[in-house]
Design a protein around this ligand. Sequence first.
Ligand code: ADP
Ligand code: MG
Length: 711
Amino acid sequence: MAETGITLRELDSRPVADLKGVGPAREKALSAVGVVSVLDLLGYYPRRYLDRSREATVAELTTGAEGMVLVRIERVSARRTRNGRSLVEVRCGDDTGRLRLTFFNQPWRERQLREGMQAVVFGKVDEYRGSLQMTSPVVDLIGDRTGRIVAVYPQSEAAGLHSWDVDALVGEALRRTMKVRGLSDPVPAEVRNRYRLVERSEAYRTIHRPEGMHEMLEARRRLVFDELLRIQLALVRRKVELERTATGISHAPAGGDADPVALFLERLAFDLTGAQRRVIDEITEDMICPVPMHRLLQGDVGSGKTVVAVACLLTAVRGGHQGALMAPTEVLAEQHYQGVEALLGGMTVEDPNNLLGHRPLKIDLLTNRTTAADRRRIAAELPAGQVDLLIGTHALIQEGVEFGSLGAVVIDEQHRFGVEQRAALRDRNREETVPDVLVMTATPIPRTAAMTVYGDLDVSVLDEQPPGRTPIETRWCEDEADVWPVVCSEVAEGRQAYVVCPLIDESETLDVSSAEATFGDLSDGSLSGLRVGLLHGRVGRAEKEETMRLFRSGALDVLVATTVIEVGVDVPNATVMVILDAARFGIAQLHQLRGRVGRGTQVSQCFLVGSVSTPDAEERLAALVRTTDGFELAEVDLDLRGEGTIMGERQKGRNDLRLASLRRDREWVEAARAEALAMVGDGSGMDDHPELADEVDLFLGEDESDYLLKS
Ligand code: ADP
Ligand code: MG
């Protein structure tokens, strides 16, 4: 019965030392691999499984190919080679033949491998003096386990923990758990049935002791679901809590003669894309609703996020509130300021205090470079509501900046915007309301990953490029000599080019010297006669701006740069992007860099230069050649790199993703999200699932959830 079963919380409160056979030494060994409680032990899942009925025999091994075979150790000897390396030689075999294993520089193998032991060895088979041999194979010791399927646990040589030790303890823990009450199952039967999930007791038993591989897979499905459900419950619960406890603003719906949003959209020289229309609707709906919006807008480079941002800000202005647009750098803030001024110039807003009933829309820029006089003026006008839109850097949410009524904040290229920043925003307001927040990113991540990484946000996607974009032709050139003639001929046509220098070990100093060297080589060599500029992280601010201004105005033909040009730089006349040693960059970065071209009416080209040394690098470059779709590239990236990179730091801490993978288990992420949303409902739902709520706390305690939700 579910009600009377043992909860995971109870298992967590039982130390492994309570199990038979766990003395102080073993207790220490277990704790070294993170196993302290019986729950930890049951969550110490097998690394892999051996299916005895399918293991090859020695006679079936093929020379030159990899093979795996179950053998009995017969004799172990150790010596030093002539050049002083340690060499352990092992004779072993099964009923069908003999095998020799050699291990170089692994002297501990002599102690590990003993006569009479059973081991599964995996490695490349070769022939040595007429007998079969494996050099430094992977070895799994399985003790004297019988049965068709043998679980192999992660072993720790350092801690002296062997697979069969774990196996025996798990057996004992399972026996004691299942004998009395079995495990309680807090996931409602209805949900289990929907996904054909086995019961929890069954899952824990068969992940460790499957009768067949199919049983193991069923267990895995269930445990993966549990892991993902807990994460989604934590995220959804937090999201709903924030929404319930914070007072937002009910922004005015569309309408009226002087609706600034409508006027702005009418004035645009182009029609909105379907995606822009849809996303603006999503945002408007959020903003009309009194719950504070916290939405992520993912949109590839050039998908037209600025228009969406401005519509969002003007929706706040429509009801007499203010809007803020925050950019990651001063250069981008200034670029935004100019862009928004150009889009909204001459527009008026209603103002009952004005004799005419309206006044010009007021846009201001606030960065660390704003003069003291302007700063004072803004400080006076902002609380009085005389500034409608304030554009700037993080300076916007700093101490001393006070809005009359901040209604909407758009954050560009800032991936995480956490709880603290939201609190800071609330503090910027005279009223105790939380403004609506829209976070924009041009680095798309796959949907299911977004659900986890940004699980406390709603997500909108601009998945459509405005019409008439000239596609970017991407080529991969092993030899850079092939590229420079193209650059020269494009420049002769009046166009401009970027040359991005290789990243060197993440070191800025080395990046700089590499950029300087490339700049020198090119100006005196392949690009001599062209006007070449240089931009990197160590160039002073004034010089950087001057260089950018010259490039923008067409006074420079080629810009040699480090990745400082990655974000936001917009020069439509630039049609060539050359990325040197492209294999050193990640997919997302290459995609961002490529996005610097293809912004005008001319066909643009991107050259990925250099050779590759790994299959992964080859796949990365091939993907970029194949597609310019950022979402498709994000999926490839996830496939190649796994979720670790997306989860980032989080992965290093304690976490509950043991079996689940955001990559392999995409559909389970979606299922878990849907179930979590249904269970949490408007916030009271978890009351019906106290045991699940408690489990979330257990696995993703306060610290962990904070970590998930913080920048
Ligand atoms: P990003 O998403 O990279 O910030 P921008 O907002 O800078 O993209 O838009 C890129 C360019 O596309 C700008 O010049 C903008 O005016 C233009 N643009 C935006 N939306 C449309 C549209 N619906 N039709 C045509 N051009 C558009
Ligand atoms: Mg932009």
